[in-house]
Write a protein that binds this ligand. Structure first.
Ligand code: TGC
Ligand code: FAD
Length: 393
């Protein structure tokens, strides 16, 4: 059943005044796309645990793939506020759709742009920007999630190619991706990024089923059984864990904005419902306990919007630190989870149905709090940044 999307964006501190006309245009384009193409169908796809592949072309057209990548490679050539706004609007629709965009832009296009050579950029980036080619990012392994430095996926020199062995797990987009940017170690422990293409012998991508979260996103494994990869597919310009972690800075930044998009949708839905739902002969929004929830939601959303905007300015000036990005990712996701929980309560029984987006956001956010560094890992990153003491190991 097609649904009408009544979303009105909360802007309690007039943050719009800090945006340029171009930012507003970009945001309006994406919001329109989400209202017309995502909201009407997303609940059905989530219930069926299916990724709506037909959205890929439109996501490319609205600039959701690689917004900050230079125009000459097919990217949007935009600043980081525009990138943030795109992620906010897409995740307002669904975190799983934002995941697809994050992976494509920040975890596949970014490393090819930042660490690749000119031939690799020209071969892959324009097709990735339109969605004609889709990518995924393989860092996490069955035994190495928060601690990727322990990875055992490995490559061995074999003349003009390398032989890749190992397995990656929990990989967004893997079941349908055409290429995978895979992080692997050689015998000396040197970590490199390698572009593996679907169809290479020994490379398979089994899908992960039975997720209660991010149901409209395809997740899977990457399995490498003596895969012969030409050396020209190795990203030449980075070595070590800073390669994949540098990509995560890009994606975590987008998530900081995206998760607040989900929070804004939960707040807006609960606010509208609270004015319409009558109990004890009054709209429930007139009861103090419901107002407390709404007041706390809009306060936390506003604080996160301000943090994201400031971080976007720093990022556009190339001054944002990894620890600052980490703080915003954790804060936004926690804010969104709290908003989703309170908003769901406010809708009573209706809150658990697919008639409203809240429960879907709530379940999605469980993944968002785990991937790209868990909530606790980000707390430890902040802890280490302020004390100078490493509590990871
Ligand atoms: P550590 O010794 O601290 O650092 C190793 C090297 O990396 C550098 N570095 C960074 N560089 C760029 N950006 C960052 N954020 C960086 N953090 C560290 C560091 O300077 C060092 O460089 P060098 O030159 O000295 O070698 O590394 P560690 O092994 O102690 O680990 C630190 C820790 C725990 C913070 C890190 O491993 C971590 O962030 N773990 C979380 C793992 C994670 O986030 N995985 C995400 C997988 S991808 C994903 O989830 C995609 S979901 C996509 C979607 O659907 O949206
Ligand atoms: P673990 O690392 O085993 O952590 C388990 C618990 O221990 C967590 O609570 C963690 O915070 C805690 N913990 C770990 N170390 C410490 C410590 N030192 N101190 C205190 N507590 C600690 N990965 C990719 O590479 N590419 C993808 O596209 C991708 N997509 C994903 C999509 C989904 C839907 C999900 C769920 C995950 C995805 N991931 C992806 C993997 C994700 O990044 C990992 O799940 C995440 O990094 C955590 O790793 P883990 O699940 O192995 O948990």
């Amino acid at each position: 059943m097609a649904k009408t999307d009544l979303f009105e964006s909360p802007d309690y501190y007039f943050l719009d005044e800090l945006l340029t006309d171009e930012h507003k245009l970009v945001r309006a384009t994406v919001r329109d796309f989400v209202k017309k193409e995502v909201s009407p169908i997303i609940e059905d796809y989530a219930q069926r645990a299916e990724f709506p592949k037909h959205l890929i072309k439109g996501l490319g057209e609205i600039g959701a793939f690689g917004p900050t990548i230079p125009v000459q490679y097919g990217g949007g050539g935009m600043d980081y506020i525009a990138y943030g706004l795109i992620m906010q609007e897409v995740e307002r629709g669904d975190s799983g759709i934002r995941s697809t965009a994050s992976v494509q832009g920040s975890l596949v296009m970014y490393p090819i742009y930042a660490y690749g050579n000119e031939a690799q950029r020209n071969k892959y980036l324009p097709k990735l920007a339109t969605g004609e080619m889709m990518g995924c990012f393989g860092l996490t392994e069955p035994n190495h999630g928060s601690n990727p430095s322990g990875m055992t996926t490995n490559y061995k020199d074999a003349g003009d190619h390398v032989i890749l062995n190992g397995a990656k797990m929990w990989i967004s987009n893997s079941p349908f991706a055409d290429i995978a940017v895979v992080w692997a170690k050689n015998e000396e422990g040197k970590i490199k990024g390698i572009i593996v293409e679907r169809g290479m012998e020994g490379f398979t991508t089994p899908e992960t089923h039975n997720k209660w979260s991010l149901r409209a996103s395809a997740t899977g494994e990457l399995v490498f059984d003596n895969v012969k990869v030409p050396k020209e597919n190795i990203l030449p310009n980075v070595e070590g864990l800073k390669g994949p972690l540098g990509c995560l800075n890009q994606a975590r930044y987008g998530i900081a904005w995206g998760a607040i998009g989900a929070a804004m949708d939960c707040y807006d839905t609960a606010l509208r419902y609270s004015k319409e739902r009558i109990q004890f002969d009054r709209p429930i929004g007139g009861f103090q306990l419901q107002q407390k929830k709404l007041a706390e939601m809009i306060t936390e959303i506003t604080k996160a919007q301000l943090m994201n905007w400031r971080l976007g300015v720093l990022k556009s000036e190339d001054r944002a630190t990894a620890a600052q990005i980490s703080m915003a990712k954790r804060n936004s996701v926690e804010t969104a989870m709290n908003c989703a929980r309170d908003a769901r309560q406010m809708l009573g029984g209706m809150g658990i149905t697919g008639e409203y987006p809240i429960m879907r956001h709530m379940m999605n956010l469980e993944s968002v709090a785990t991937y790209e560094g868990t909530h606790d890992i980000h707390l430890l990153i902040t802890g280490m940044d302020v004390t100078g003491l490493n509590a990871f190991k």
